[in-house]
Design a protein around this ligand. Sequence first.
Ligand code: ATP
Length: 897
Amino acid sequence: METVDWHALTSSQSFEEVDSGVEGLSREQARHRLEAYGPNRLPEVKPRSPIMRFLAQFHDVLIYVLLVAGAVTALLQHWLDAGVIFGVVVINALIGFVQEGKAEDALRAIRQMLSPQAMVLRDERRTTVPSEELVPGDVVVLQSGDKVPADLRLFHSKGLQIEEASLTGESVPVEKCTGPLGRATVLADRCCMAYSGTLVTHGQGSGIVIATGTETEIGRISSLVAGVEQLTTPLLRQMAQFGHWLTMAILGLASVSFTFGVLVRDYTASEMFLASVGLAVAAIPEGLPAIMTITLAIGVQRMASRNAIIRRLPAVETLGTVAVICSDKTGTLTRNEMTVRAIAVDGVDIGLTGTGYDVHGGFVVEGQDYPADSNRVLMQALQAVSLCNDSSVVCTTEGCETSGDPMEAALLVAGIKAGLDIDTEVKQNPRTDLIPFESEHKFMVTLHHSHEGESFIFVKGAPERVVEMCSELRTAHEDIPLDQEGWLQRMEVMAAKGYRVLAVAVKPAHESQTELTFDDVEDGLILLGLFGLIDPPRPEAIEAVRICRQAGIRVKMITGDHSVTASAIARQVGLVNYDGVLTGRELDKLDDRALHRQVLDVDVYARVTPEHKLRLVSQLQDNHHVVAMTGDGVNDAPALKRSDVGVAMGDNGTEVAKESSEMVLTDDNFATIVAAVEEGRTVYDNIRKAILFILPTNGGEALVILGAILYGFSEFPLTPVQILWVNMITAVTLALALAFEPSEEDVMGRHPRDPAEPVLKPLFLWRIAFVSVILMSGTFGLFVWEIDGGASIEQARTVAVNTLVMFEIFYLFNSRYITAPVLNYKGLFGNHYALMAIGILIFFQLVFTYFGPLQTLFGTANINLETWTRIVLTASTVLFLVEAEKALLRYLYFRRG
Ligand code: ATP
């Protein structure tokens, strides 16, 4: 498209330019244009080329050590050893390459589940479509919280403010306009334009799409979307550091043993060099980094399958440490399926029958059917809530479908039950202006001019706010002075039943009034009545709250609703302290010190605004709690960012909230947060299990070589290539199986982990040392037995390698649970991957032992059945010894605790 100065055109000129109008495009037109212009997306950052990704696998200190070892071995003309070392390094890189690629693909696929949506006019109806399907000429409706999906020329703006930092670097939102501007106006001042990728922070507006995809301003600047996130978390970084430290220690140990061997044990330098290489190779956990990454990626996938999409990887780990979950009420703890159950108008409390959004149902008073149209005030109240409403109900012979805010839809359903024809009402009383609902002011106002020449303002909102603005009450015959106290009490009676209560009021307007301001509704309103709506708790949320209690996680409900409603719902979902409710007003009166103390005890916060949420998170964090906080609106962004795990609603949340959070719930359900915490704890467990499994293997092997040097053996029990074989083959079979380990039964029975706790705590170091010694004793012992029995060195080594591998197989079972016993059905057969991995490993060991070419390559030899029996018996000891150690630990722990 040629460059057009869109900001200098009037809206009608820009409609002409893109061959469209205020009514937008038809579906057919949009389809054609999509073919012509292509999808509205920016090309992704080119992933690193496969070659670069492969080469990056070698960029690791541990691998450098191996490469140097291989090179020197080659210089010493031990071609076979050198060849195998290089071969193993390459295979290791290949495995890392494939696994990392898979993990990246999985994460990308998960991220794509979060593709943004846009509200457009198609066939003159508002519909939500994936932003990718936008085309020039589409009319887009913007609301606060949206991310602008394409470049737009605005033609309607109601208090529209947009934050354009992504484009201009300026983080203060810009007020938008609709009129044409001078040609020379710079981008940051083009108030009649909305640019793709910027965020709507306030108000509403509409614009016509003038550019999509790479044609947009942001597309021209970068033509790239955010890069692929690195596959790392604090824990992995901590382990990488440990890896560096370990490498240094290993190099030190290898040099010391080299010197010792040459000087004290009279080995030749070349012999000792090979032994030191063996030692280094033995002690380096080559497979560990890849296994940890895979475990993490599997965790993210599991979370996605349970409806929790991770946006930032470190959150996977943080989730496991969450001690407090602050949750919204509506839609998260409750179903967000509202039904009007009660209406209070002058002199009468009316009940409503029927379920959900089904329009069948009626009105009852004191158990008797009540004809709604006999009560003029009731009908007016229903008319008011139907017109002061942005939702819609479309009824066909098959039933009715609602769209928009569920609470407003429920109000429409109540109107239909009373016999109102909503479409006719809307046509006869067109809306001239609107003050949209915002949680800050907690009401919504509309201005209407009827065809009969009447003009009036409707207000619906939180009862305390609306009643405060009313001075009169509408009764059947006249408007009388309002008893505010009495009505607030009526409201509390409804709220105590768990109803969300709304008040509705009317005010006559002047015929010439076409705009609404807040001053219009400050006073002089006439109260029509109160509406009580139920929104039952989600059964799975009740269960999740119970699980949290067991898991030592405190649940706090933070709601914009009234305190009485909030405490009724809190009781229904099973919160412990549902009585001591703090309201937003009370929060304002508390200084930080007082709140610091109270925030621990109080679990229900009512009539709060998003700013309060930020204070609550900060105070909880000051109390050293790791906090997860939910949010959906644009104003929740600071609290979401501040919390340790910001949780946005995928269904009803704004794009701004999603961008500010670590995790997005595709089902908006509280239970999903708890599921994600469970997975977070499991991922951490599984990473620790992998560490606890892999390190003793290296420890055992290193001890075998050290032992041989100390005793001055002329032949070492394991050659470097054999050691590499063991490390590799067990890493890709057994250790990988641990990444798939399901959650332990008591994973949600423990208290949250202390985030400051180091991975390698004393218990771990002890276990690693204990198992290393067992592995070493068995391997060394059987090697010596074979030599003493007259076996060849090849046979004795084959026995040593197989003993090590068998040890690993048995130890894998121990490693499935860190302290719980495994000598039971679940412990032995609970992980199918483990059993499969063992089968594959045994097959490989047989090939390694008996297959001619591998015998030449690895220096192995045939061994007989009796020897195998000895190996299996010896190796099985680890299973029982570690189980005995765990039992002792549990005993000591319980005695102490
Ligand atoms: P929760 O935390 O339970 O999700 P919330 O934060 O969504 O609640 P708000 O949406 O801020 O709560 O609503 C606060 C109050 O504002 C409600 O109790 C209700 O009285 C009123 N209210 C909510 N939605 C509307 C609306 N669309 N029009 C008018 N008033 C509304």
